[in-house]
Every structure is written in C-alpha cells, then in structure tokens.
Design a binder for this molecule. Structure first.
Ligand SMILES: Cc1ncc(COP(=O)(O)O)c(C=O)c1O
Length: 404
C-alpha cells in the first residue's frame, strides 16, 4: 500500500483533498451483516414485530455476555437512564451528580426525572469524572451519581463505589460507550446499582435505536420491566398471543420505552461479532497512536491496568497553543480532506439550556479545556486499511501544515 501522506497543501487552502467529495469517509457507520438482515426478514414474516421472543433472546444473550444478573431491554439508553431514576424514586428536589463531558442525554434524563443535575469536573487525562471532586458537591439532596465511562474507558469504580456507599447514594452508570469494557476482570454492567447501555447507530453494536439496563437487584429489574410498557402487568406483551385472552392491570403510570423484536433481531447478530470487532478497533487505534506520535496533539491515554477499554471513540486533544489555527478550523480542514470527524463533547454546562440553570464558563476548567481542543476520528470495524491510511494522511498533512 502507498504510505500515508505527511505534508502538502490542505484542501481548505486549495490543495488536492486526500479523498474526493464523492468518496467522503463518514465519521461513523454501522456494520450490518447478512444475518441481521435475514433475522429482521424472519421477524417481519412472523408478524410478531413488537416486544416478544427476539427481545427475550437478546436480553438472555446480553446477560450471558456481561455475566450479569438481570437485563431489561429498552428503546434507548436515554430511556434506561430515565427509568433507572424513576424506579429508584429519584425526583423533584433531588440532586444527581454527573459529568459535563458527556452527551446531553445523561443530564437531560436527570431533568426528565425532575431532579437537578450537579456537574463535577473531569480528570484531564482519563476524561472521566474526577472522584476527588465529588464529595464537596454532595448535599442532603444528593441521591445518585451518574458517571459516564467516556469513550469506553472504565471510570475509577473503586472510588466511585466507596463514595456512593459512604454517602448512601445510588450509582447509576452511563455505559453508552462501554459495552464490553472491563474493570478488575469483570464486565461493566456488574458494578453500580444500575448500568445503562446504548445500541444507537454509531455504538459498538447497534439495534438502530435501543438500550438496556443491567442490575443485580431483582425488584428493580421487575419495576423497570413494568415501567417500560405503560406500567402494565408483567406479561402484558402476551395478551394477544394464543395462550388465551388475559386482562392486564396498570400498576403504575409507566412509559412507552420497550424494545421491539425488529430491533432485537439486529442486536442478536451484532452481539455475536462484538469481540471480533473489538480486535479491529484495537488495530485501528494502534495504527493511529503510532502514526500521530510527532504531531502537536495529545493521544488518548493508554488502557489502564486491570481494565479493558471498549474503544468506542478515538479522541485526540489538539495542542492548540502549538497551532496557527483553532480546533474548529482544523475540523473544517479535515472535512475538506474528505474525512468525517466528531466532537465529543463541547462541555455540557456551556449549552444554552444548562447555562439557564446557572452554569457558566469557568465552572469546569478541565471539561472546557477538552471541549475546546478535542476531535474524534473515525473508528469502526467497517474501515478498510485504505480508509485508516486516509485518516492518518489527512490528520498528518493538516496538522503539519498548521504547526507553528
Ligand atoms: C454518553 C451517552 N449517554 C447516553 C446516550 C444516549 O443514548 P441513546 O441514544 O441510546 O438514548 C449517548 C448516545 O450517544 C451517549 O453517548
């Protein structure tokens, strides 16, 4: 293969792009195999397309994969976060501690539960919530901590569990990025009171839209199972089956958060490939790490001892003080080279809604520092070696050109 490009005039300055417009490399794309397609067709032909046998099979397979106790499949991770808080009686007047370095869904779910999100700054290297800064934010109103395993790097769970236990708080993990990640030899999904996963299109496995909760508490799982479908009694999904008409009973004012068999049909086969895909993610990650050593950027921190990083996102942090252009300009320059990029994330407290809650610039300096400098590069198993080389060429060419 031709080696990666190291220098040259960037496309944004009128140079030749690494990839032409009609060959643009998207930032993220799912891998949908033939088995997924066949399974969806079988499900459609069966006419049982709502919540049914495929959802229960998917729940059982995920349960085995995680080595977890109870799994309840839902239609998103946002729903999982929301229902976890409802089921734990978190509501009006309560405070929930979380990180500003996350997708808005984490804090929005706290708002949906009618509680108040209390942000705590991150550690600048791990990009995860800094456990050393949590206790000073705990008040008599605090009910839970929602850490996010950013990009798939497990948080410092030992510290988080000990803070939660000491202060009698619930630990609800946002593991939207972290399916397959491990901490001290056990998969994420076996630590907090509840763990929430996402199967959104760009996640390590996808069901189109989808999510689930994992918990060791049977009562909590039962409660979430009822709440996911209007609050109606357990076997409501069977009420139209051939096992005889059954009345259903509304036990709570629940939600419409159930996963469907069409979604689960995708998930079953996606899950069977997760380890093979992980290997490819690691390969691409190493290729990026090796190629970016001499550029004005901070590489992602290596995998920490006794953990497995799920390699959901590869995020570089630009050393903007060594560049003649801003991060936002570099984002545009990479897009002009034909390479899709992402930003994970602009610190959440700086978004208009969260500013209205009283948060302002300067509140969380580490999250703000990262939010102004970070760029996520394509990282998914569908990438060919040629695609990976093009990403490396574009990043190298652009950063070398704008290096001071
Ligand atoms: C950290 C984080 N939390 C929660 C979510 C919400 O997941 P979903 O789209 O499944 O509701 C996402 C989605 O991207 C996420 O990245």
């Amino acid at each position: 293969m031709i080696p990666a490009v190291k220098s040259g005039k960037p496309a944004i300055e009128g140079g030749k792009p690494i990839r032409e417009k009609n060959n643009f490399l998207v930032f993220g794309a799912p891998y949908i195999g033939g088995e997924e397609i066949e399974e969806v067709i079988k499900t459609l032909k069966s006419c049982w397309i709502g919540t049914g046998p495929k959802v229960f099979r998917f729940e059982e397979e995920i349960r085995n994969y995680l080595g977890a106790k109870y799994i309840v499949a839902l239609n998103s991770c946002t729903a999982a976060l929301h229902l976890s808080m409802i089921a734990l009686n978190i509501g009006k007047g309560d405070e929930v501690i979380t990180t500003p370095m996350t997708f808005c869904a984490t804090a929005n779910a706290i708002i949906h539960a009618r509680a108040k999100p209390i942000f705590v700054d991150i550690n600048r290297s791990t990009l995860n919530i800094d456990p050393n800064k949590i206790e000073e934010k705990i008040t008599e109103k605090t009910k839970a901590i929602i850490p996010v395993h950013f990009a798939g790097r497990p948080c410092d769970l030992e510290s988080l569990i000990s803070i939660a236990e000491k202060n009698n708080l619930f630990l609800i993990e946002d593991a939207a990025h972290a399916l397959g990640a491990e901490y001290n030899g056990r998969k994420i999904g076996n630590f907090g009171h509840v763990t929430c996963f996402s199967f959104y299109v760009n996640k390590n496995i996808t069901t189109g839209e989808g999510g689930l909760v994992s918990t060791t508490n049977r009562d909590l799982a039962d409660k979430i199972r009822i709440l996911r479908l209007h609050g109606i009694s357990k076997d409501a999904w069977k009420r139209f089956s051939d096992s005889g008409y059954k009345h259903y009973f509304v036990e709570d004012a629940g939600f419409k958060y159930n996963m469907t068999d069409i979604q689960a049909s995708l998930g079953i086969h996606q899950l069977s490939r997760i380890e093979e895909w992980h290997k490819r993610r690691v390969e691409i990650w190493k290729e990026y790490d090796n190629s970016f050593q001499d550029l004005p950027l901070q590489l992602p921190l290596p995998e920490e001892p006794n953990t497995k990083h799920s390699r959901h996102l590869y995020t570089i942090i630009l050393k903007t003080e060594e560049l003649t252009k801003s991060r936002d300009f570099i984002l545009q320059a990479l897009e002009k080279e034909g390479i899709g990029v992402g930003v994970h994330y602009t610190a959440l407290h700086l978004h208009p809604f969260y500013r209205k809650l009283g948060y302002k610039k300067g509140d969380f300096p580490n999250a703000e520092y990262i939010g102004e400098r970070t760029i996520s590069l394509p990282l998914y198993p569908k990438l060919t070696d040629e695609d990976v080389k093009d990403v490396i060429s574009a990043v190298t060419k652009v950063l070398n050109y704008y290096k001071k």
